[in-house]
Ligand binder design. Structure first.
Ligand code: FAD
Length: 378
């Protein structure tokens, strides 16, 4: 299963697995039931250098390769998908600051983000601008040495717990720009906290900007670069989500296999029934296929080779796989699977979100098809 990983990559996996199974997995059901964000885990992730995976070492980060990061997200998500999701969003926000921020902004934010003292959030979507982010309406108007932001953003992962937001806003009729907005900026407040089907320990919120003033130096890149910056970061984000979905699928297979070995009906374990065997065979094959697509996309990104199609393929396949495999795990557990006594119902609720965020799977299929039609099918 891990045939393509070298010794160093396997060692990273083992370290993260030990941590995640001891410090995250035992609490995931409770965090889900109480919608709690695990702040103490954030600090421990910082000590493991995981809060700075996309941050250069010069600024206190660990600058992990995309492939190493994919291994980390897969392994964390086997314990809890929510943790992998908010960590991925944090590292995506940090990657934008590292790539497009001025030296002063990097110095101000990246060491704090790597230490876990500042949690990052990424805010592109709005209520009426999801799959089509170019329709966003939040404005940022230049006023002397400041920008003044007005509007409302939606679906902000970690909106209620983050200290630093990367926010995309309109600076002209055809120009979208990216800004760093600290959580204590005057005029910024958290709106409603979204009540979701799953991912309960990863808070998702609305953000309201009312004459929110930030220094003009908080612009990332140049005016008009915002959409390019956001979409570029989402390519890596998609590989992270593919990795996390792979971990979620793996967790579902692990529980379903254990149950199939133990549960008896008709004086036999249900694992002796061919119908259950075929389901398990399809599930484990799909998880491995998702893992391979994900590692390939990560490896391409590491080698600065275009990976738009491969990242979309990995995200689309792995998240559809997670939905299917978690649903099958509930089926294998029968009535028990439909209860809170087992984790598979949570896995199934969590899986659904992965088909929607970082670009829905309909949008991923459009990206793949466009690439095939433009270039070729190979
Ligand atoms: C839990 C969660 C966390 C999120 N976190 C963040 C975050 O941190 N930051 C952020 O900016 N956003 C975040 N999002 C927003 C997410 O990226 C959007 O929900 C997603 O892009 C889809 O947008 P939408 O919900 O407006 O759906 P819509 O765009 O309204 O889509 C509705 C349906 O129409 C389909 N559709 C739309 N356009 C097309 C088309 N051209 N062809 C075919 N089908 C189409 C879609 O696939 C979907 O099935 C989050 C969302 C969720 C659920």
């Amino acid at each position: 299963m891990f045939g393509m990983l070298d010794d160093e990559q396997l060692a990273i996996r083992e370290t993260i697995e030990r941590f995640a199974q001891a410090r995250i997995a035992p609490h995931a059901a409770d965090w889900d039931a109480t919608s709690s964000f695990p702040r103490d885990v954030l600090e421990e992730l910082a000590r493991l250098d995981l809060m700075g995976m996309t941050i250069p070492e010069y600024f206190g980060g660990s600058a992990l390769s995309r492939l190493h990061a994919a291994i980390v997200y897969t392994t964390l998500a086997e314990a809890d998908l929510s943790t992998a999701v908010w960590l991925s969003v944090h590292n995506m926000a940090a990657s934008i600051i590292a790539r497009a921020g001025s030296d002063e902004l990097k110095q101000q934010w990246l060491p704090a983000m790597a230490r876990g003292a500042a949690l990052g959030a990424f805010s592109l979507s709005e209520a009426d601008a999801g799959s089509d982010p170019s329709a966003l309406r939040t404005t940022a108007q230049r006023a002397g040495d400041q920008y003044v932001l007005n509007g409302s953003k939606m679906w902000v992962t970690s909106g209620s717990v983050a200290q630093v937001f990367v926010i995309m806003a309109r600076t002209g009729p055809k120009a979208i720009s990216a800004f760093i907005v600290p959580s204590d900026a005057p005029g910024l407040r958290v709106g409603k906290i979204v009540e979701k089907m799953g991912l309960h320990s990863s808070p998702t919120t609305e953000l309201i900007l009312e004459d929110c003033r930030i220094p003009a130096t908080h612009l990332l890149g140049f005016e008009g670069d915002g959409l390019k910056i956001a979409l570029g970061a989402l390519e890596g984000g998609r590989v992270n989500i593919a990795a996390a979905a792979t971990g979620l699928g793996q967790a579902a297979v692990t529980v379903a296999t254990r149950y199939a070995r133990e549960r008896k009906q008709f004086d036999r374990t249900i694992g002796e029934f061919q119908a259950i065997q075929c389901m398990l065979a399809d599930m484990v094959t799909a998880v491995d296929a998702a893992r391979l697509l994900t590692y390939r996309a990560a490896d391409l990104l590491d080698h600065a080779l275009g990976a738009t199609r491969e990242a979309a393929m990995a995200k689309c396949f792995a998240t559809d796989m997670a939905m299917r495999v978690t649903t099958d795990a509930v089926q294998i557990l029968g009535g028990a699977g439909y209860t809170k006594d087992w984790p598979v119902e949570r896995y199934m609720r969590d899986a659904k979100a992965t088909q929607i965020f970082e670009g829905t799977n309909q949008i991923q299929r459009i990206i793949i098809a466009r690439s095939v039609l433009r270039d070729n099918a190979r």
